[in-house]
Design a protein. Structure first.
Length: 495
């Protein structure tokens, strides 16, 4: 049994909300033998590492607070923003962050949506997307006093294997190769069709069209999404695919190169970023021996001894796909430099098959499992991988992920990470749903509102899995006392 699975049996997981001060947090991290930087005191104002601007050529960003892209579940059936979507984007502006990495994932076509309420970039959604950007800028100006050096991107995505464009309960996978574990989970027959090279060409054209429209709408950059098991990420692991988009590293990165080449030809002034899963893992499932009574067991890896050497991953060891191997990750970052792509957002794993790797949490989503380790192990793994990659590629601008699990101590760790050169930006994901201005408040010298701190209850994932809008149901009053909260409570009771 791998060491990370054994850890969950050694001691109960300590709830970070029970720790009274930074010293106790530091002692807890030391007891776990983890390397997570943490400052005792928060520096306020212009001297704060979180308030330092960054300039790289034409890229000018006014501070080091970033809002991460998240998948939205509250758009309309035709891909336009709904009222919940507009509220979320206003809160992204309220964060005070000068780097808005996409706001959320926006599908380049209807059939590429991950859910039937995901935003789509198309002619009929132009006005709606422009309105989102306007609302964000207005709120940002109210919070910070200025929109100067605000850098807003749009994450462009095709969901590939995890497409559900028409109904929450109706997967419509677009796969690049047959995966022995994930195909079984989706109940795909052996003859299920693989996306052809010609179809890939059409998808690439969708990215080109979407990037042109993004620039017309005033966005400063687009992110060509390569993470979390979606289409771009699956290209990186297409070792077994035949033809020009599979097999060799050159072929597996051809999709990215062709997307970038087309964007540069059509809209040469538009900056490009890439959020990618720097490492992955074999799929996990709840341990059946420890599941029961309506409670999920801790996560354990799917059986894979008969699949070695493992050929269906990126950033994993072929002889042990539960462990990361950053050799191809380094090659990928080298390619980004060669393509003059300077904006890099580091994440890991997938919410569909390894949520404890992708977003460390104490409480699992409804389709997940109990954490197989103290979630701080996942935070440390994200942070140290980002640190190591940043040291190898000092000219790239790195956004770090997995900060939300740090809860009350997020500002202390984010400040220490930036001060120590572990990353260039601290990215807020789930935290932005309940307390978007956490880092802004901390660096303003304001008292942190502890009741608004994300405690990683995972209802922001469980609710969409049940067909409800995105949001923080436990803590955000907008959802907490609403009819939506009652529907979520009822849905969870029936599972």
């Amino acid at each position: 049994m791998p060491s990370f699975v054994k850890r969950c049996f050694l001691r109960p997981i300590l709830r970070l909300g029970t720790l009274k001060d930074v010293t106790q947090f530091q002692e807890h991290v030391q007891a776990l033998r983890l390397n997570i930087p943490c400052d005792r005191e928060i520096v306020c104002g212009a001297e704060s590492p979180l308030r330092k601007p960054i300039v790289h050529g034409e890229i000018k960003i006014g501070n080091r607070i970033a809002v991460q892209p998240m998948e939205g579940w509250d758009g309309t059936a035709d891909g336009n923003p709904g009222e919940h979507t507009i509220r979320r984007w206003r809160r992204f502006g309220q964060s005070g962050g000068k780097l808005i990495w996409g706001g959320e994932a926006v599908a380049v076509s209807h059939e590429g949506r991950a859910n039937p309420n995901q935003l789509v970039i198309a002619q009929h959604t132009r006005e709606g997307l422009a309105g989102l950007r306007k609302a964000l800028v207005e709120e940002h100006r109210r919070t910070t006093g200025s929109e100067e050096s605000l850098f807003i991107g749009l994450q462009l995505t095709h969901s590939g294997r995890f497409c559900r464009p028409n109904a929450h309960g109706k997967p419509e996978p677009r796969i690049l190769y047959h995966h022995p574990i994930l195909d079984r989970r989706l109940r795909l027959p052996r003859d299920y069709p693989i996306v052809s090279d010609g179809e890939i060409g059409a998808i690439i054209e969708d990215f080109h069209r979407a990037a042109k429209m993004a620039q017309e709408l005033g966005f400063d950059f687009v992110d060509i999404k390569h993470c979390h098991g979606y289409l771009g990420h699956e290209f990186l692991s297409a070792h077994t695919r035949e033809g020009k988009y599979g097999g060799s590293f050159e072929n597996r990165t051809r999709f990215l190169r062709e997307v970038v080449e087309g964007i540069r030809g059509i809209v040469p002034g538009l900056q490009i970023g890439v959020r990618f899963s720097a490492f992955d893992t074999v799929a996990f499932r709840p341990d059946p021996a420890l599941s029961g009574g309506g409670k999920l067991g801790p996560g354990i890896p799917e059986a894979h001894d008969n699949l070695l050497p493992y050929q269906w991953g990126f950033g994993v060891k072929r002889e042990d796909p539960t462990q990361m191997d950053l050799s191809e990750t380094i090659r990928f970052l080298t390619l980004l430099e060669e393509l003059n792509i300077w904006l890099v957002n580091i994440t890991a794993g997938s919410p569909y098959y390894s949520p404890h790797i992708q977003r460390p949490a104490l409480y699992p989503p409804s389709d997940g499992y109990q954490p197989p380790e103290d979630p701080l192990h996942g935070v440390a793994q994200h942070m140290t991988a980002t640190r190591d990659l940043k040291r190898l590629f000092p000219n790239l601008i790195f956004v770090g992920s997995a900060y939300s699990y740090l809860q009350d101590f997020l500002p202390h760790v984010a400040q220490a990470a930036l001060r120590g050169g572990w990353a260039d930006f601290a990215g807020l994901g789930r935290m932005a749903l309940t307390y978007p201005e956490l880092l802004w408040d901390a660096t303003e010298g304001k008292s942190v509102e502890h009741k608004r701190i994300c405690r990683t209850f995972s209802d922001c994932t469980t609710a969409p899995r049940k067909g409800l809008p995105s949001g923080c149901y436990p803590l955000d009053g907008y959802y907490k006392n609403s009819e939506l909260a009652e529907r979520l409570k009822s849905a969870k009771a029936k599972q």
